[in-house]
Every structure is written in structure tokens, then in C-alpha cells.
Design a protein around this ligand. Structure first.
Ligand code: MN
Length: 131
């Protein structure tokens, strides 16, 4: 049985706790990073199956994180799917997230069932969660 690494880049401890609990419950190996640069470094070292990405971060914003991931020198990093999770519900923010290289976006408050479904959609075909 494969357990998948999921990385969440988020500076809000309440959201971090909520998502960690939800992903732990589904058997994922959860990794958290509290700012953009730490998140990119962690992505490089663990190559998660998906990155969950907050947009408002204390250093570089989520759009910039997504752009750096998509332009990364390592193709394994470039190909990591990114789910933007944003409190910015204006239409333009979603478009900006997609333009920056995010694959999909979710808006806050985080809905756990939607989160599970979004993450599962990016698992490899042999993902144990698909059974
Ligand atoms: Mn934030």
C-alpha cells in the first residue's frame, strides 16, 4: 500500500490543523510549510503527490510560489499538481491562480469533502484511495 506525501503551504495555524487532520484521516503523509520559500524547499525534497497552496503568505505570495514551481529546474518539481486554496473569492483571483500555474483552486472556508475529492483527483492511477 502506498501512502502519498501531500504538502500544504499555509501560514494560518487553524487551516493547517484542519487540513492536517483531514488528510491524516485519509492515510496521507502530511507535510506543512508556513511560508512560500520553505514550501518550495520542501517540495524539492519530498516531491509531494500534490501541493495545497495558500495565496496570502508572509513572504512571497502563492502566485509567485506557483510560478517558481512551474519554472523549476527539476522537472519532477515542475510537474507537481497545485491546488490553490484562497480566501480571495473575486473572479480575478482564481484566474490569477490558474495563470500562475495552479491546476485548480478551492475557496475558503475549506470544505473537507471537496478537499479529499480534489486531492484524490491528482493521485496516480494505482492510488489506494481509488479502490
Ligand atoms: Mn495566508
Amino acid at each position: 500500500m502506498t501512502a502519498y506525501n501531500v504538502l500544504y503551504i499555509e501560514d494560518n495555524p487553524d487551516n493547517m490543523r484542519l487540513v492536517k487532520r483531514a488528510l491524516d484521516a485519509r492515510g496521507y503523509i502530511f507535510h506543512g510549510a508556513v511560508n512560500g520559500l520553505a514550501g518550495i524547499q520542501m517540495a524539492e525534497s519530498i516531491i509531494p503527490v500534490v501541493i495545497l497552496l495558500d495565496i496570502n503568505l508572509p513572504d512571497i505570495d502563492g502566485y509567485e510560489v506557483a510560478r517558481r514551481i512551474r519554472k523549476h529546474r527539476d522537472s519532477a518539481v515542475r510537474q507537481i499538481p497545485i491546488i490553490a486554496i484562497t480566501a480571495n473569492t473575486l473572479k480575478g483571483d482564481a484566474e490569477q491562480a490558474l495563470d500562475a500555474g495552479c491546476d485548480v483552486y478551492m475557496s475558503k472556508p475549506i470544505n473537507i469533502r471537496e478537499l479529499w475529492a480534489r486531492v484524490e483527483a491528482f493521485l496516480p492511477d494505482d492510488g489506494f484511495l481509488a479502490k
